[in-house]
Ligand binder design. Structure first.
Ligand code: PEP
Ligand code: MN
Length: 356
């Protein structure tokens, strides 16, 4: 990492970038409130730091050893400031800003009517962003795979409904891309692209999505440690796209016998990840528990743990949902969750009450 002096000129910064390229590495230039920091993308052992330290305009040149340096606090503290987090804009909504953000909608888009009805109701309940899966990752090939499985034409029609519903109810929209082939199409319609838990390790998908220059909702794989999760988020960041929202959605449960939750929601991961990175972290209690009767409690707990928002599956008649029926809550229940979470957030954010 090369830390520039606060008064470093454009030419001096360009010179540093040129030198980095000369050593066969790529440069990540971050201009912050305080100063410009230039990160090194590639094998830092090839860099003679003593040489970089004496270039004009350079304050300090040092090696950063973590595998997720570009998204690390160690790096961001020099340009964002100590303890500051990144605010990611999705449409006109800010994630990681003042209040918690609620992403809600059906697990899968099933029809135009279903989507519009849910969109209207989640908006009324206080949600900020609409979700809806069109390319669904499913454990069984025999179950409903999302409307995207019916061919490109149907996929595009469903994506168009999503965009239209978002416009009608003033909600930016997010949808999952399950494979590289879906990225160009989904990016034409969605405000944010989701990479699901099963694809956390899919480097080529991560790179392709990152290059769309849209915010990315990046979900933790159920078997991934925090270091792995952040190391793969770095694949998005090295493409110059830092608009990444990390999502904790549960890890594999332990023990023999019947499991009472679909996954184990790892809420300690929220503050643990926040200590490592300046990216916002949200929680998905729907997949994390697999049980609608646990969503209220775990949502409250997630906000108390410091999450910047939640993603919750909602259906006006959960029993009717074609995918994940057992974990969807009603719009009324969503309203209860949002109200409680807003109150908890005010309590736990220091100074927030005074600010009003
Ligand atoms: C989803 O959010 O629709 C989903 C499939 O979640 P996950 O990737 O966390 O299983
Ligand atoms: Mn689901």
């Amino acid at each position: 990492m090369i830390i520039m002096k606060t008064d470093a000129t454009k030419e001096q910064k360009a010179q540093v970038v040129k030198e980095i390229k000369r050593y066969g590495l790529r440069a990540d230039v971050s201009k912050g409130k305080y100063r410009t920091v230039i990160g090194l993308v590639g094998d830092e052992t090839k860099i003679p730091f003593a040489h970089f330290a004496i270039l004009p305009g350079v304050k300090e040149a040092m090696m950063v050893e973590t595998p997720y340096k570009l998204i690390s606090r160690e790096y961001s503290k020099f340009f964002e400031g100590e303890g500051e987090g990144l605010v990611v804009k999705v449409g006109n909504i800010e994630i990681g800003g003042d209040g918690p953000i609620f992403i809600a909608g059906p697990c899968a888009v099933e029809s135009k009517e279903q989507l519009f009805k849910i969109a209207e109701e989640v908006k009324k309940a206080g949600a900020h962003i609409l979700r809806g899966g069109i390319f669904k990752p499913r454990s069984s090939v025999h179950s409903f795979q999302g409307l995207g499985a019916a061919g490109w034409e149907k996929a595009e029609e469903a994506l168009d409904w999503l965009r239209e519903a978002g416009k009608r109810f003033k909600l930016p929209v997010v949808t999952e891309v399950r494979g590289e082939a879906q990225v160009d199409l989904a990016a034409k319609y969605a405000d944010m692209l989701q990479i699901g838990a099963r694809n956390m390790y899919n480097q080529d998908l991560l790179t392709k999505v990152a290059n769309k220059n849209k915010p990315v909702l990046f979900k933790r794989n159920f078997g991934a440690g925090i270091e792995e999760f952040l190391s793969f988020a770095e694949y998005i960041a090295v493409e110059g796209n830092k608009n990444i929202i990390l999502c904790e959605r549960g890890i594999l449960p332990v023990g023999k016998g019947k499991n009472y939750t679909r996954y184990t929601l790892d809420l300690a991961a929220v503050p643990a990840i926040q200590k490592e990175t300046y990216l916002p972290v949200i929680v998905d209690p729907s997949h994390g528990t697999g049980r609608r009767d646990l969503i209220f409690n775990m949502s409250c707990a997630a906000i108390a743990a410091g999450a910047s928002g939640l993603m919750i599956e909602v259906h006006y008649n959960p029993a009717e949902a074609l995918v994940d029926a057992q974990q969807a809550i009603t719009p009324d229940e969503l309203k209860g969750v949002i109200d409680a979470c807003q109150r908890i957030h005010k309590l736990i954010v220091p100074g927030r009450n005074e600010k009003g």
